[in-house]
Ligand binder design. Structure first.
Ligand code: C5P
Length: 235
């Protein structure tokens, strides 16, 4: 599927412990990032109703639960998530061909909005050699997973900015969504394969996922606007 964007989009990760704080953050950031990401921390706390609130606020919603299970379970989970109205979902490429195809078939069977499916390659928190059982170079491993994911019908992959150029060259038309984004001078936290917003955009990323550099900033809206300016400077 060819669905790369003409200009990269910012996704804010609403990784806060309380629903009320996440809603306040979403209101504060309205008009900056078009996307909000809900991950396992907020989803297990606030549930599907919270996703519907974000949809009602006009956000595109990315449900980042990184599904990894048997094909039937993942296919049914994709249908459940789509029923809430999310625009994007993640699953692990390492779930393999049958699991990823089951997710794609679930999306294809939907009558209404069809969420984009993104496959996680190598978490941006992994440094080279840290992935259990994987000796291969991180970029090579991410690329191999991306090639598979494109063939299995996913819309794109989650990867670090360091892998984007290789994936774009090998998988034309395939989208890359990059976490591990850190404005220059900011703390890496637990991330290991990081890039600045401008570097990731210059590498060809379609979506940049940013959490702590925005949500933990003293002025989150100003932080988001600075990241958007940094992204624009690289286009
Ligand atoms: O705070 P920070 O910018 O590091 O947040 C990154 C977000 O992206 C987190 O919500 C994390 O779960 C998510 N993510 C990631 N690496 C991946 C996939 C998702 O950091 N490979």
């Amino acid at each position: 599927m060819t669905n790369t964007l003409s200009s990269p989009q910012l996704v804010v990760a609403l990784d806060v412990p309380r629903r009320a704080d996440a809603l306040t953050m979403a209101r504060t950031l309205k008009g900056t990032a078009p996307w909000c990401k809900v991950g396992m921390e907020m989803f297990t706390h606030a549930g599907p109703a919270f996703l519907e609130e974000l949809v009602a606020m006009g956000y595109k919603v990315f449900l980042d639960l990184k599904f990894y299970d048997i094909p039937n379970t993942v296919g049914q989970a994709v249908k459940s998530a789509a029923g809430v109205g999310v625009d994007m979902l993640t699953l692990h490429c390492q779930g393999g061909e049958r699991m990823c195809r089951a997710a794609c078939e679930a999306v294809a069977s939907l009558d209404g909005k069809k969420p984009l499916l993104f496959g996680v390659t190598v978490l941006t928190s992994f440094a080279q050699g840290e992935m259990p059982g994987i000796r291969e170079n991180t970029s090579d491993f991410a690329l191999a997973l991306a090639r598979g994911a494109q063939g299995w019908g996913l819309d794109g992959v989650v990867c670090s900015g360091h892998e984007v150029a290789g994936i774009k060259a090998a998988c034309p038309g395939f989208s890359c969504l990059c976490p591990g984004i850190r404005p220059s001078g900011s703390a890496a936290d637990d991330q290991r394969r990081t890039m600045t917003p401008a570097q990731a955009v210059a590498a060809g990323a379609d979506y940049l996922v940013v959490g702590r550099p925005i949500i933990a900033a003293s002025d989150p809206r100003a932080a988001a606007e600075q990241i958007l300016a940094d992204m624009t400077s690289a286009t």
